[in-house]
Design a protein around this ligand. Structure first.
Ligand code: PEP
Ligand code: MN
Length: 353
């Protein structure tokens, strides 16, 4: 249930309600909103609980929650959560573009890509240092060396970075370097890992599992939030369906659905959704039109030579072109985003005309 405090309820009143709820056996999660505070109470409700709680000073009302997730539910927090990563805000009016190679392959490859991503219009760099590969014989990532290159690229370009953590034993190490911890599709229901990143002081990018329902995905987000970390960004990356024409099927409908059910920001990764670079631009545009808060796009300076996911990677030129189109769609749906190339074109017109 959700205990809604009166507007202007004091800290002491809030703490007293929490104390009583805990005595009753509930886990409490206060959410301090702009207007008022609400307390998520998770546990077994018994007869008489409602009456007792309603009589505590400062309590306005109780909202029973029927959904299995509570902390991430929009009914608990009507305003969309904005997650701050460096000077980038995910979930605000601006569209966020995370881009970079599937895997960090070398210092040169990463720095080159990072510069091109920035020039093309990316505002967060992506790159895997620990790679969850289907085959044990495929390139597994540079691990800590890769994290060092990512940190170096952040120094050079100013772009914060997101990178995947695949094992509970690596959370501390990855969190020491990364701005956002990515939980990959294959680990969406690795509950120990979810709890571990829930205790880390870094925002989490939670990808949708390969065959997960939206409710299972939100329950996974609830694990992270319940462990103490409310900064969760959801990422739709395609699901398994009976159609095998592409790598996965992008569930664009998940974007407005999640927006209705949860206050968490949601971005879309059309690269892993399709596995084919030609499908990435149309689906990126469709995702922005559907209300996504951002995109995650794989970019490689030489896709044909990529150690991982080359066929779905855009080369830097295609990425920059796509960002021009993304700027137009973003504008049409009222999102702030302008690719650097658009800015140059506009300045050019201004000078000549
Ligand atoms: C990735 O983003 O590097 C990745 C492996 O994606 P997913 O977990 O969505 O397959
Ligand atoms: Mn990849």
């Amino acid at each position: 249930m959700i205990v809604v405090m009166q507007q202007g309820a004091s800290r002491t009143e809030i703490e007293e309600v929490e104390e009583l709820l805990r005595e009753m056996g509930f886990q409490t999660h206060p959410i301090y909103g702009v207007e008022r505070t609400v307390i998520g109470a998770i546990g077994d409700k018994r007869d008489g609980h409602y009456e007792v709680i309603l009589n505590i000073p400062g309590v306005e009302r109780i909202v029973p929650i029927l959904k299995p997730y509570k902390l991430v539910a929009r009914e608990v927090k009507p305003e969309t959560s904005v997650i701050h990563v460096g000077n980038v805000a995910v979930g605000g009016p601006g569209l966020v573009v995370m881009a970079g190679p599937c895997a960090v392959e070398s210092e040169l490859q990463l720095l080159t890509t990072a510069r091109l991503v920035k020039q093309g219009g990316g505002n967060i760099l992506r790159g895997g240092a620990f790679k969850p590969r289907t085959s044990p014989y495929s390139f597994q990532g540079l691990e800590e060396e890769g994290l060092k290159y990512l940190a170096q690229a952040r120094e050079v370009t100013g772009l914060p970075f997101v990178t995947e953590v695949v094992d509970t034993r690596d959370v501390e190490l990855v969190a020491r370097y990364a701005d956002i911890l990515q939980i990959g599709a294959r680990n969406m229901q690795n509950f120990r890992l979810l709890k571990e990143v829930g205790e880390a002081r870094r925002p989490v990018l939670l990808k949708r599992g390969l065959a997960a329902t939206v409710e299972e995905w939100l329950m996974a987000a609830e694990y992270v939030a319940a462990a103490g970390n409310r900064d969760v960004i959801l990422c739709e990356r395609g699901i398994r369906t009976y159609d095998n024409g592409l790598r996965n099927t992008l569930d664009v409908s998940a974007v407005p659905m999640v927006k209705e059910l949860s206050h968490l920001p949601v971005i879309v990764d059309p690269s892993h959704a399709t596995g084919n670079y030609r499908m990435v631009p149309p689906l990126a545009l469709a995702s922005v039109a559907a209300g996504a808060d951002g995109l995650m796009i794989e970019v490689h300076p030489e896709p044909a030579r990529a150690l991982c996911d080359g066929p779905q990677s855009l080369n830097p030129e295609r990425f920059a072109d796509l960002m021009v189109q993304v700027s137009r769609v973003a504008r049409a749906v009222g999102r702030a985003y302008r690719s650097p190339r658009m800015k140059v074109a506009k300045q050019g017109r201004g000078q000549t005309g």
